[in-house]
Design a binder for this molecule. Structure first.
Ligand code: GYE
Length: 323
C-alpha cells in the first residue's frame, strides 16, 4: 500500500497550502482566540479517527481555535506542519509523534519561538525534557504486558510449544516499540512461548491482512496472533478466514485498542481478548492547552486510564461504545 513518492509530495504540499490558507490572523493576537496547532499522525486506524474527532470536538467546546493537519504517517509532513504552526505564531503546539526519534531540531525551533509543546498519545525519545511541557497518553509497555499476561493464562497449562505471530505497529513508533517490549518481557518467563514471525502491519487493516496472508503461507503452525492494534487484527481475520481457518478458535487473537469493530469481533468469538487504549484525549488536552498558555505548571507525564475486555465485557460495553 506504499504511496508513490510524487503522490506523497503532492499530498504534503496540498497539506501545507491548507495550513497556510487557514493561518490568517495567527497567534492569540491581542486577546483573540487561543490557537492550538495540532499535528496528527494520520487516519490509519479506528483509534486514530476517534482520537481526531475527540480533539476537534473538545477544541470547539473549549473555545480553542484549532489548526489541524494530517501527516499521513510521515514524519517529514509532521515536521513541516509544526514549522508552519511556528510561523503562524500559534499559542500552543500539540502533536502525536509518528515515530519516537528525530524531533530535537524542530522542538528547539518551537522553544526558541517561545511556543509550548504538548505531546499527546505518543512519546519522543529526546533526552532533553525541556523541549516539551508534558506527555499525555497511555502506558504502551503496560498494554503489551496485559496482552502477554492474557496469553500466559490462556495457554499456561497447554502442552507443547505455543507458536505466536506478531503484527507490529508502525516501525519506530512508541506504541510498536513498547507493546512489543511489554509482551516479550512477560512471555520470556516461559520458553514454550515462541514468537515464530513478527513484522509490521503499519497499524492498518489492509497491511494487517497482507502480512497475515504471508504468515499463513510461511508458518506451518500458528496458535496465536498478537496484533499491536485492532485494525490489523481485523484485517488478519479476513486472511485467516480466506485460508479456511477459524479466527478465535484455530488461531487465538489478542489485540490492543478497543474500537467498536474489534469489540464486536470479540463478542462474536473471532477475537479472544482486547487490551484497551483510550483515544478520547481531547478534553484533557484542552485543559492542558489552557494551562500551558497561561504559563501554569503542569505535571510532566499524564497517563490515561484504561481497561481490558473479554467476551462478556465486550458484549456489555458494545451498546454504549462511542467509537
Ligand atoms: O493503538 C493505533 C494507532 O498511537 C495509541 O496508533 C496510538 C496507536 C493506536 O494507529 O491504532
Amino acid at each position: 500500500m506504499a504511496r508513490k513518492p510524487w503522490t506523497a509530495i503532492v499530498a504534503g504540499v496540498a497539506g501545507l497550502l491548507l495550513l497556510s490558507a487557514c493561518g490568517g490572523g495567527g497567534g492569540t493576537g491581542g486577546g483573540g482566540a487561543l490557537t492550538l496547532g495540532f499535528a496528527q499522525v494520520g487516519a490509519e486506524s479506528g483509534w486514530r479517527t476517534a482520537n481526531t474527532k475527540s480533539i476537534q470536538e473538545s477544541a470547539k467546546a473549549a473555545g480553542i481555535e484549532l489548526k489541524f493537519s494530517d501527516a499521513q504517517q510521515k514524519q517529514e509532513n509532521q515536521i513541516a506542519a509544526i514549522r508552519s504552526y511556528i510561523q503562524q505564531k500559534v499559542k500552543v503546539i500539540a502533536f502525536s509523534p509518528v515515530v519516537e526519534s528525530g524531533w530535537d531540531t524542530v522542538l528547539k525551533e518551537a522553544k526558541t519561538a517561545n511556543i509550548p509543546v504538548i505531546l499527546t498519545d505518543r512519546a519522543v525519545d529526546s533526552p532533553d525534557k525541556s523541549l516539551y511541557k508534558t506527555f499525555l497518553g497511555s502506558d504502551f509497555v503496560a498494554e503489551g504486558k496485559k496482552a502477554g499476561e492474557w496469553l500466559a493464562k490462556e495457554f499456561g497449562s497447554a502442552a507443547g510449544d505455543v507458536s505466536i505471530v506478531e503484527l507490529q505497529g508502525t516501525t519506530g513508533s512508541a506504541p510498536a516499540n513498547d507493546r512489543k517490549k511489554g509482551f516479550a518481557d512477560v512471555i520470556a518467563s516461559n520458553p514454550k512461548f515462541k514468537v515464530v514471525a513478527s513484522q509490521t502491519g503499519e497499524f492498518t487493516r489492509a497491511k494487517g491482512k497482507e502480512v497475515m496472508e504471508a504468515f499463513l503461507k510461511s508458518q506451518p503452525k500458528i496458535d496465536v496472533l498478537y496484533a499491536h492494534n485492532d485494525d490489523m487484527a481485523l484485517g488478519a481475520i479476513e486472511a485467516i478466514e480466506a485460508a479456511g481457518k477459524v479466527p478465535g478458535k484455530d488461531i487465538k487473537i489478542v489485540s490492543v485498542d478497543g474500537v467498536r469493530d474489534a469489540l464486536q469481533a470479540l463478542a462474536d468469538g473471532k477475537i479472544n481478548h482486547v487490551v484497551e487504549c483510550n483515544p478520547l484525549l481531547g478534553p484533557q488536552l484542552m485543559d492542558l492547552v489552557k494551562k500551558v498558555a497561561a504559563g501554569e505548571q503542569v505535571p510532566p507525564r499524564i497517563e490515561t486510564t484504561e481497561t481490558e475486555f473479554d467476551q462478556a465485557a465486550a458484549k456489555a460495553a458494545l451498546p454504549q461504545r462511542q467509537y
